[in-house]
Write a protein that binds this ligand. Structure first.
Ligand SMILES: [Zn+2]
Length: 392
């Protein structure tokens, strides 16, 4: 399905560079990470440290201005190590509660841990969500203690520890903003989930709030750029907002569809009371006696209780009107060997995937060479639509 592809493409953060494995989790960098790494290093080395600690080059005369770049680079690396630790926090708890974690990727907006399955209980979701900010807050405390323990509070090591302390606290707080899919939004989702008992509905509400937060980011970024003249921070904030908005709506759609389709099997939706269409029926009689009477679009063609193929409105339309009286259903249908067949216990997620991959509109549900029924694309989509409207 195109929607699913779009979702995948939007959320695809690849491990362009593999750094290694921690707890069997592959750690990697997306190319976009280098942009933010350069930006953070540059901001620290060219602006932040020189502004606050103008005396450093005098204490390290052999390094001169280079001291800012060395401290900036080390600080920046430790910052990304902190982001990684945050994601490891999520991942370790996910692993411990039984969810597989495939990879952690650092990219332009931070880090993302790819957890193989959605949590199955609100408590599990809550613990996984809170673990990341908890690690960040702990690191904040650790760096704060470190910064206070250096004898000279204005030394590079104290400065570095202080910045990392603030930044880790900021990271914890930022992630606790209750906008899904930020960690705070996941906490909110877990709470809504435990109250209402419905993951998809909880996700919908949490992602609405997430999108609201995202728009606030965009608005805040624009105001910062236009009123304050701080274009870099403004555009950055707006970009984060844009990314969050995308992530919020995509995560919801993806979850809703996947949850629903993978928890349903074909047996539950197949049409089993289909009229038996005979192979020797002419198309004009098929149209009059079957197609127009039932309002359905596709039917199995049967011969002595055995399925021969599928005939549909689509097939009829490919035959010129003048030939309808002389063409049989068998001549116009898709023969059995060219149809897609699924079993009664196959999930609807698989059916949709088959339809997408093969570009077809209906599948036959067959068990032990016996036809149980048929599932059409319209039927599947209306099943999705109906359930979505009922909020199920
Ligand atoms: Zn997090």
């Amino acid at each position: 399905m195109r929607l699913l592809d779009r979702i995948r493409a939007n959320l695809a953060v690849r491990n362009a560079l593999r750094l290694g494995k921690v707890f069997h989790i592959e750690i990697g960098l997306d190319y976009s990470w280098f942009i933010v790494f350069a930006l953070v290093t540059w901001t620290l080395s060219a602006n932040y440290f020189p502004d606050i600690y103008p005396s450093w080059p005098r204490f390290y005369p052999s390094l001169g201005e280079g001291i800012y770049w060395i401290v900036g680079l080390v600080t920046s690396l430790l910052f990304f190590a902190s982001v990684l630790a945050h994601e490891l926090g999520h991942s370790v708890v996910a692993l411990r509660t039984g969810l597989p974690v495939q990879s952690i990727t650092l990219f332009i907006f931070g880090g993302v841990a790819r957890i193989g399955r959605e949590p199955t209980r609100p408590r599990q979701e809550l613990l996984i969500a809170i673990a990341g900010p908890a690690v960040s807050a702990l690191l904040g405390l650790l760096f704060w203690a470190l910064s206070a323990s250096w004898p000279n509070p204005r030394s590079p090591l104290a400065a570095l520890s202080e910045w990392l302390s603030y930044t880790n606290f900021a990271l914890a707080l930022f992630n606790l903003i209750p906008g899904f899919p930020l960690d705070g939004g996941r906490v909110l989702r877990a709470i809504l989930w435990s109250i209402g008992g419905n993951l998809v509905r909880a996700t919908r509400i949490a992602s609405w709030i997430g999108r609201g937060v995202a728009y606030l980011f965009i608005l805040g970024g624009l105001l910062l750029a236009l009123l304050d003249g701080d274009w870099l921070s403004g555009i950055w904030l707006a970009f984060i907002g844009w990314f969050l908005d995308n992530a919020a709506s995509m995560s919801y759609q993806q979850l809703a569809l996947r949850e629903m389709l993978s928890s349903r099997v074909t047996r539950e939706v197949l049409q089993s009371d289909l009229p038996q269409v005979r192979r020797d029926l002419t198309l004009d009689r098929f149209i009059q006696e079957v197609l127009l009477k039932t309002g359905r679009r596709s039917f199995p063609v049967m011969d002595n209780g055995r399925p021969l193929g599928i005939i549909s409105l689509h097939h009829v339309k490919t035959i010129p009107k003048a030939s309808w009286a002389t063409t049989t259903v068998e001549a116009a249908m898709t023969p059995l060997e060219r149809t897609i067949q699924v079993g009664p216990e196959d999930t609807l997620a698989r059916v949709l995937e088959q339809m997408t991959v093969d570009g077809i509109n209906q599948v036959l549900v067959i068990q032990d060479e016996k036809l149980l029924g048929l599932i059409s694309r319209e039927q599947l989509l209306s099943f999705i639509q109906t359930r979505a409207e009922l909020g199920m």
